[in-house]
Write a protein that binds this ligand. Structure first.
Ligand code: ZN
Ligand code: ZN
Length: 416
């Protein structure tokens, strides 16, 4: 028989790493409730068209990385490569603009991209993100950035840097793109093959090229900051001054363009600088045209997404919030039902309890207690039963006491 293994680019999660996932997910729910975000869950597959219109048909993601297939009724289906278009679709389709106030969502879940797997990068990967709809202000962009930065600090990710830029709007960007294309055309032969292709398809993305020679050349290309219309210029200035009030340190980076096509005005990225290497942890920005692109009226929107695998790589330790574990140890099989009765009592009160039903003797049960990392053993034996009491052994200190059964509640309150 051929061995069945998990598909390339996927990963199983279990102890001890799963603890970090649970920690991050819990922190997301708690932290973002401060800013009144509510959870939204959309399907992991959508009609392909959503991503052509939403993510953008010229984007690298749509061109090269989507899991797209026909279903049995010959519809084109795509496993979501990102969640923002789905959230916008859901808000439009379900008319949530009228229903939910404020229009602020967070999501957590798997995304799918057919990318080259490498450390921290998978084909089924996970993102969490937030979206704010209906607020065009510079201040809300700054609040979104503040919450992103603050979240990374909250989960104790060190050495992070924030880069921000404005990519303009429908009014001012076309003029800039024209100038950028002209400059790139003149240097065409010196650019890498990939950048040459981008000149006509998506010139902004030339700034994303990692080739040092391309970077050197594009450093002399026109900058979007010199082409912003007065409204975009003021908006960007508003974001920067609000960030200063929020005490978020930032760098204005004219090369920052982000990978997706839908951004307007504010874009930002938070990277971790570790051992000299830059690693993007989180990115986002404003996307005021996406609702219209997907057939709705114009609704301003802003948000970010973060890769959970990347965060996990940068997360050293998570606080141990483990509840104390109780092991029930019984002297002989004839006491098994007594043991079960005691554990039922404890489970119903909400304590973590373990019983080794198959153990032959107490020694073996104590060994099991150790292996599962139990804190206390509650011992049921001849003597305890005849005196209506219970022996409690602290497995960390090996100290043992005997208490009356009716004193158990008080002991639990004081010790666990
Ligand atoms: Zn503009
Ligand atoms: Zn290049």
């Amino acid at each position: 028989m051929t061995e069945i293994i998990a598909p390339k680019g996927t990963k199983d999660l279990y102890l001890p790493e799963i603890k970090k996932w649970q920690f991050i997910e819990e922190q997301i729910r708690q932290y973002f409730s401060r800013f009144l975000y509510q959870e939204i869950r959309t399907p992991i597959f959508e009609y392909t068209e959503l991503f052509y219109k939403g993510t953008g048909s010229e984007s690298e993601v749509v061109q090269k990385e989507m899991y797209t297939f026909k279903d049995k009724a010959n519809r084109s289906i795509t496993l979501r490569p990102e969640n923002t278009p789905s959230v916008v679709r859901s808000v439009l389709e379900n008319n949530l603009v009228q229903e939910i106030v404020p229009l602020r969502f967070f999501y957590i879940g798997p995304m799918f991209r057919y990318d080259k797997p490498q450390k921290g990068r998978y084909r089924q990967f996970h993102q969490f993100g937030i979206e704010v709809f209906g607020d065009p202000s510079a201040e809300v962009d700054a609040e979104v950035i503040f919450s992103a930065f603050g979240f990374l600090e909250e989960i104790n990710i060190q050495n992070i840097e924030l880069h921000i830029n404005s990519v303009g709007c429908r009014q001012c960007r076309p003029e800039f793109l024209k100038k950028l294309q002209e400059s790139a055309q003149q240097k065409r032969d010196e650019l890498c093959e990939d950048c040459q292709r981008k000149i006509t398809t998506n010139p902004l993305r030339i700034f994303d090229c990692k080739n040092t020679h391309c970077i050197e050349i594009s450093n002399h290309f026109p900058k979007i900051s010199d082409y912003l219309c007065p409204q975009c210029h003021d908006h960007f200035a508003g974001v920067r001054s609000a960030l200063s009030i929020l005490e978020v340190p930032f760098t204005s980076n004219p090369r920052l363009v982000r990978g997706l096509d839908y951004y307007t005005r504010t874009v930002f990225e938070i990277t971790s600088v570790r051992l000299g290497a830059q690693d993007a942890l989180l990115g986002g920005g404003r996307y005021d045209n996406l609702f219209q692109e997907l057939g709705g009226k114009e609704i301003p929107a802003t948000g970010f997404a973060a890769g959970i695998e990347r965060l996990i790589l940068h997360l050293d330790q998570v606080p141990d919030s483990k509840k104390k574990i109780i092991c029930i140890v019984f002297q002989s099989p004839s006491f098994k039902h007594k043991a079960l009765k005691l554990s039922t009592y404890l489970w119903k009160k909400g304590f973590p309890v373990f019983i080794d039903y198959n153990a032959k003797n107490m020694k073996k049960q104590f060994k099991k207690c150790d292996r599962i990392g139990a804190d206390y053993a509650f011992i049921i034996a001849e003597e305890e039963i005849s005196s209506q009491s219970i022996s409690i052994k602290n497995l960390k200190t090996t100290e043992q006491i005997q208490i009356k059964s009716e004193a158990l509640d008080q002991w639990l309150r004081e010790n666990i």
